[in-house]
Design a protein around this ligand. Structure first.
Ligand code: SF4
Length: 693
């Protein structure tokens, strides 16, 4: 007999439901949950291999202080003393948390509460900054809040789906399966892929627009102008619900679409399909977000949907798909340095007062904290004296990673809570705390279409490991904050969070799960996937903005005047514009997926895709080693010669960390350039030189 637990996949933002059947021999059989609205039983290669990744081999099983094992009480005392010393000596802004879109919502909630309401700094940022911060900023500029207007069903209901900077086939495979199935059932549906690379997603594309890297704004500004010329503007919607149309159109009209490098025929086809297809969805992901003008790219896309009134209705709208399983949950609880809690604003006095009053906290932050890039700069500059990294590995995932490693190494006091003490960041820590992982943890996550699902534990914690929310509360109590952190369970935390959301919604923000404000532990245990808003009256619509109702003071959406930036000049001797991203069968830095042998059969080592003519020019043959280098560092990778990439625009996956210090990792050559609005790193256009190893 086996015990079956309904939970969710811990990888991408699709948020698939998983059934985990624990066998009597301790093995775990995985299948897709047929009742989960994200996947209806489907799973991708990563999700279906989850059962092969739950072994406790190699796990950190007890706390460590330096290299020696320690009891929990001693380790927690040392952590609290380290943070208290920094706060007392240098002030609250001398401490920081760097957290993760892999944390569950309840973990995120207490971390955010501790630092913003009790310690008194907003220095908490998350690896979600690397993933979707430009979308958050773009949503807020356009809608007034970080609201995803549509749903996954819109993908299937659309007659035209435009995938921009999104390799859905590999990065959100189940969404891709849903789209492919809808297209197979209704062949008149058209799919356009906008991507410099010919990715696996192009397999179902009716049109692939292989535009020059970084020219998305030119494409969508051109589209906006053409919609205007063709009379496709929904003037009724615009006049009732939108501000900034004239300025946005004026900015767009100055765009030279030739910079995209696209043919007149392809551009005409794209414009014609968009103009004549009311049910249009534009999906966008990291190809849009990870840019030094990512926020403007997001708004260029949203502008076209607002101008045509194609938003919030079945089969219509912009749809951001997030990289991580709980990037959305993190956004909702305020786990970014520039947000408060529950979509409330740090800069808004009434919002701060509400949160402080609700938390009964001794303080509340009044200004934004340091975003990831600035946070590690502050660590390097000695301004951050105590740093707590939870569930992520910035030493190899941040841009200019070698400098981030040096920064962490130089910090007075570093704490890491993680499943492993072998990560590059944990190796630099003063204290490492063993945290539970997928299969052991319990809580909630929110996927890309606002659906909140339960993650449920079905395995005992490995060794002495503890849940992240417990560790954070234990440290909070040692810092003297017993009252605010007397939670007994994730259900307790979720209930408080839901209560706060009801009060926040009364101040006019979108996020509302007050229907859960009185949830009992049993109901929390049984919680089925629920898309927010879920207000107490349960009268919510599945979509936002079909009839306006934006969350700006005027209740109108803002079209933003955006311009295509000038082409960047590469630094001397670095002529290749390196693109980075995910591959199908690995996740982040492979700490979990690398444990499944079958996932390593897809690609098993760092590689770089290079166009055949570039390879010829460089004297590189397939499967040889190449060195990528620039001002920031170097990385050694296997050469994969392919015309899937354009000349001058190689691609390398993000997953592999340093095999040896001398070989480096791809993040060592990713430049530390950030979007000025969102703070998101530009991880897709670092100039590098390439030579044989
Ligand atoms: Fe997991 Fe994403 Fe695959 Fe679904 S599509 S099984 S959430 S990795």
């Amino acid at each position: 007999m086996s015990t079956v637990t309904c939970t969710t996949c811990p990888y991408c933002g699709t948020g698939c439901g998983v059934r985990a059947a624990l066998q009597t021999d301790g093995s775990v059989e995985i299948s897709g949950d047929p009742d989960h609205p994200a996947n209806f039983g489907r799973l991708c290669s990563k999700g279906s291999a989850l059962g092969e990744t739950v072994s406790t081999e190699g796990r950190l099983l007890a706390p460590k202080i330096g290299q020696r094992p320690a009891a929990w009480d001693e380790a927690l005392d040392v952590v609290a003393e380290g943070f208290q010393h920094a706060i007392d000596t240098y002030g609250p802004d001398s401490v920081a948390f760097y957290v993760s879109g892999q944390l569950l919502t309840e973990d995120y909630y207490v971390a955010n509460k501790l630092i913003k309401g009790y310690i008194g700094t907003a220095n908490i940022d998350t690896n979600s900054r690397l993933c979707m911060a430009s979308t958050v900023a773009g949503h807020k500029r356009a809608f007034g809040t970080d609201t995803v207007p549509g749903t996954y069903e819109d993908l299937e209901a659309a007659d035209l789906v435009v995938l921009t900077g999104s390799n859905l086939a590999w990065c959100h495979p189940v969404l891709y399966q849903r789209l492919a199935a809808a297209k197979a059932a209704r062949p008149s549906m058209k799919v356009v892929v906008v991507d410099p690379r010919r990715t696996a997603t192009c397999d179902i594309a009716d049109l692939h627009l292989a535009l020059r890297p970084g020219t998305d704004i030119a494409l969508f500004n051109h589209l906006l102008c053409q919609l205007h010329e063709l009379g496709v503007i929904d003037s009724t919607y615009v006049s009732a619900h939108v501000a900034g149309f004239d300025a946005a159109l004026d900015a767009a009209s100055g765009t030279d679409v030739q910079v995209t490098g696209l043919s007149h025929k392809d551009l005409s086809t794209f414009v014609s399909w968009w103009a004549t297809t009311e049910k249009t969805v534009t999906v966008f992901s990291q190809g849009v977000n990870q840019s030094d003008h990512g926020t403007d790219k997001v708004n260029a896309i949203i502008n076209c949907h607002l101008a045509s009134g194609r938003i919030g209705k079945e089969g219509m709208g912009p749809l951001s798909v997030t990289g991580q399983p709980n990037a959305m949950g993190g956004r909702e609880v305020g786990g970014l340095a520039n947000m408060l809690a529950n979509h409330l604003e740090i800069a808004e006095p009434s919002h701060r007062a509400l949160v402080q009053d609700f938390w009964a906290s001794p303080t509340i932050v009044t200004s934004q904290g340091l975003k990831a890039g600035d946070l590690f700069k502050a660590v390097k500059g000695g301004k951050i004296k105590a740093l707590w990294v939870m569930c992520t590995n910035p030493a190899v995932s941040m841009p200019n990673a070698s400098e981030v490693r040096a920064a962490i190494a130089s910090c007075d006091f570093v704490v890491v809570s993680d499943m492993f003490d072998t990560t590059e960041t944990a190796q630099l820590a003063d204290v490492v705390l063993p945290a539970t992982g997928w299969g052991e943890k319990t809580g909630t996550v929110t996927n890309s279409d606002r659906t909140i699902s339960r993650q449920r534990g079905f395995l005992p914690p490995a060794g002495q490991s503890r849940h992240d929310w417990q560790i954070i509360c234990d440290v909070a109590k040692r810092l003297g904050f017993e009252d605010g952190f007397a939670f007994d369970s994730p259900a307790d935390i979720f209930k408080e969070y839901a209560e706060l959301s009801g009060k926040a919604a009364q101040l006019g923000v979108d996020f509302d799960i007050s229907g859960f404000a009185q949830i009992s532990p049993d109901d929390y245990d049984a919680l089925s996937p629920t898309r927010w808003p879920y207000p107490a009256e349960n009268t919510a619509n599945a979509r936002f903005f079909a009839e306006g109702g934006f969350f700006t003071p005027s209740r109108r959406a803002n079209m933003i005047a955006v311009r295509q930036p000038d082409h960047k000049t590469p630094e001397a001797n670095t002529t290749f514009r390196l693109n980075t991203g995910r591959i199908r069968d690995q996740w982040h830095t492979t700490t979990r997926t690398g444990r499944a042998a079958r996932l390593n059969q897809h690609y098993g080592e760092p590689f770089v895709e290079i166009h055949p003519e570039d390879a010829l020019q460089l004297g590189l043959r397939p499967a040889e080693l190449a060195v990528l280098e620039n001002h920031y560092g170097r990385a050694v990778m296997r050469v994969l010669v392919t015309d899937r990439v354009a000349r001058g625009a190689p691609f390398a996956p993000i997953h592999w960390t340093m095999q040896t210090a001398s070989e480096g990792c791809v993040s060592d050559v990713v430049h530390p350039v950030f979007d000025p609005v969102s703070g998101q790193p530009d991880s897709k256009s670092s100039y590098v030189a390439i030579r044989p190893f």
